[in-house]
Write a protein that binds this ligand. Structure first.
Ligand code: PGA
Length: 250
């Protein structure tokens, strides 16, 4: 199966950059079979969808409202709205959401449910912070985070995406070692087999300072089905070097 490369722009870019990015991406991906997704800020999702047209790149949202349906939730974007904007996937529980917006397992469980019910594929992000890593508590932390997924198990799609993103490796230039990634991915695979219903298969991404220089080593690790790329996804040149590595491994 092809490795999945997702670029997460976070709160970066503008309409002009989206336009130029898609134009460059189209050229870079010409004749290149690959599995790619791009997560731009909410505002630019319809534009990204329209510009991509038939280019086989998935549109990914960075977050979704925890509230079902529609209603008096000022400032919120529902899962159905994201579908309407052309999204196929949505990041849920990114560490920046957990950290800056106090999103806990209860909220994330609601977001997961909303996404699944709207037919969006959640990419559930988990990961320990530096202190938890140093204290050797990371398995317990990850297990606790997986509880949100377990709570919505009956609603999950056939393929369940989970991204392991150690907080200490995000935006820091500090990549987890091959041993650390392989160890956690093996742990997650085992736990997910126990948590998920038999009809579901888990696929695991790694995220945290992934760049073209380390992508090959990370993508080659057992249990790594792809990468979630932040800052290195902001330029097509760098993202397409990572995609090239992923493609070589398919
Ligand atoms: P980074 O971000 O690649 O800039 O470390 C990864 C992420 O937050 O998904």
């Amino acid at each position: 199966m092809r490795k999945f490369v997702i670029g997460n722009w976070k709160m970066n870019g503008d309409a002009l950059e989206v336009h130029e990015y898609v134009h460059e991406l189209k050229t870079a991906l010409e004749g290149m079979p690959c599995s790619v997704g791009v997560a731009v800020p909410f505002l630019y999702l319809p534009q990204l969808t329209a510009l991509l047209g038939r280019i086989p790149v998935s549109v990914v949202a960075q977050d979704v409202s925890q509230f079902k349906g529609s209603g008096a939730y000022t400032g919120e974007i529902s899962a159905a709205m994201l579908r309407d904007a052309g999204c196929e996937y949505v990041l849920i529980g990114h560490s920046e959401r957990r950290q800056y917006f106090d999103e806990d397992e209860m909220v994330l469980q609601q977001k997961l449910l909303c996404a699944c019910e709207a037919g969006l594929n959640p990419i559930y992000c988990v990961g320990e912070d530096l202190n938890q890593r140093l204290q050797g508590e990371f398995f317990q932390v990850l297990d606790k985070q997986l509880a949100a997924l377990e709570a919505v198990r009956d609603h999950l799609p056939a393929t369940v995406w989970v991204a392991y993103e150690p907080v200490w490796a995000i935006g820091t230039g500090k990549v987890a070692s091959a041993e650390q990634i392989a160890e956690v991915h093996a742990f997650l695979a085992t736990r997910l087999r126990a948590i998920l219903p038999a009809r579901c298969a888990a696929r695991l991404l790694y995220g945290g300072s992934v760049k073209s220089v380390n992508a090959r080593e990370i993508l080659a690790l057992p249990g790594v089905d792809g990468v979630l790329v932040g800052s290195a996804s902001l330029t097509v040149a760098e993202l397409s070097r990572i995609i090239e590595e992923a493609r070589a491994m398919a």
